[in-house]
Write a protein that binds this ligand. Structure first.
Ligand code: MN
Length: 366
């Protein structure tokens, strides 16, 4: 990561710290607990690091497993090696502060056990959970983040096309997910963004189904929800295909959510309330009498985490701004029968939006 990018992020974080009266902020990436935060701040991809930020200092610690790795890629971070004693390290980092000092941390990334073991022993300080410290920094993507998400979308779309070309009757959901995940890796993904969802036949009525041993059969509708991760940034796409024939009932439901999705994408622009955008899609689905089957939010931010802010939800008061990257993914699910969903990852621009996805949204028949 370029020093200037880190510098800019640190400026914003320090400003937040001043306005929230925090004396310092500590990122604890312990067995991946804050992996996406450390990626976002420094580009470091490892599963362990401690990042300390005060008005004057920035310290980055990792353990000896990453010694060679940081030597090559992260010299500018001036990395220090952690010797395995976290209490001692925290003692050292906090020694400059007076009793009553406020120490910021990400409460959602720390277990109760961790808190008791490592934070509660410092009775003189008050530990303050600051979940929103990175909110505006992470929701407004910079050029290199946008570029990586775009590339992750290209990798996933290419891989999806290659996988449906290689689809064979008799494959199980797991077979197809393995094929797609393999293609994503071959095409340059660092990893999959998440466990690929392949839900066929009746299983498609599970909005977050998983790939099972079920064979994909003739007549089935198949929901495939997939994404690639590149340099820590993710893509998220959903497409459906049918095997051998397209049941008119599937097509009918799909056409409703597709028009809801297209209209919501069309409407997406900065300055809009997130809940209003959700309402655009929900309104169409309601018009067709299917609103009780659209059981989840319209979308979510995508970045260093697959699910992050801003949520595109009827309960969200977030005002969308350019640089936001999020999904638009309406779906309807009929219990015990079938489900359909379509999902694109889009970027808000100054003037409106840009859809990163170009994969056809027609139901493909295989
Ligand atoms: Mn999604």
């Amino acid at each position: 990561m370029e020093d200037t990018l880190l510098k800019k992020k640190l400026e914003d974080i320090r400003l937040y710290m001043r306005s929230n009266f925090l004396d310092c902020f500590i990122v604890i990436n312990y067995e991946s607990s804050s992996r996406s935060t450390s990626r976002f701040l420094t580009g470091f991809q490892g599963t362990f690091c401690i990042i300390f930020i005060s008005q004057e200092d920035f310290d980055f610690y990792t353990d000896s497993r990453y010694l060679e790795y940081v030597e090559y890629g992260y010299k500018s971070l001036n990395v220090k090696i952690y010797d395995g004693n976290l209490i001692q390290l925290l003692k050292k980092l906090l020694s400059a502060f007076k009793p009553g000092a406020k120490i910021g941390y990400e409460a959602s990334n720390i277990s109760v056990r961790f808190y008791k073991r490592f934070f509660e022993v410092f009775k003189n300080f008050s530990f303050v959970g600051c979940e929103d410290i990175f909110l505006s920094l992470r929701t407004k993507k910079n050029a290199s983040e946008i570029d990586n998400i775009k590339k992750a979308v290209i990798i996933s779309e290419k891989s999806y096309l290659e996988s449906i070309e290689r689809f064979e009757y008799g494959m199980s959901e797991k077979d197809f997910s393995a094929l797609l995940e393999y293609r994503m890796r071959i095409n340059g993904a660092d990893s999959c963004a998440f466990e690929t969802i392949v839900a066929s036949g009746k299983r498609s009525c599970m909005p977050h189904g998983y790939a099972s041993d079920k064979k994909i059969e003739k007549g089935d509708i198949v929901i495939v929800d997939f994404g690639a991760c590149l340099n820590g940034l993710n893509s998220d796409i959903t497409r459906v295909f049918c095997v051998n024939k397209i049941d008119p009932r599937y097509k009918k439901a799909y056409d409703v959510i597709l028009s809801a999705q297209n209209l919501a994408i069309e409407a997406s622009r900065p300055g809009m309330l997130s809940s209003d955008l959700d309402g655009v899609a929900r309104g169409i689905i309601k018009k067709y009498g299917l609103s009780s089957y659209f059981t989840h939010t319209l979308g979510h931010g995508v970045g260093y985490d697959v699910h992050e802010e801003p949520k595109i939800s009827k309960n969200s008061s977030y005002i969308l701004e350019s640089g936001n990257v999020f999904t638009i993914e309406p779906g309807v699910y009929f219990p015990g029968d079938f489900g359909v969903r379509v999902e694109d990852t889009i970027l808000l621009t100054e003037k409106g939006h840009q859809n990163f996805c170009s994969l056809t949204k027609e139901i493909i028949k295989l």
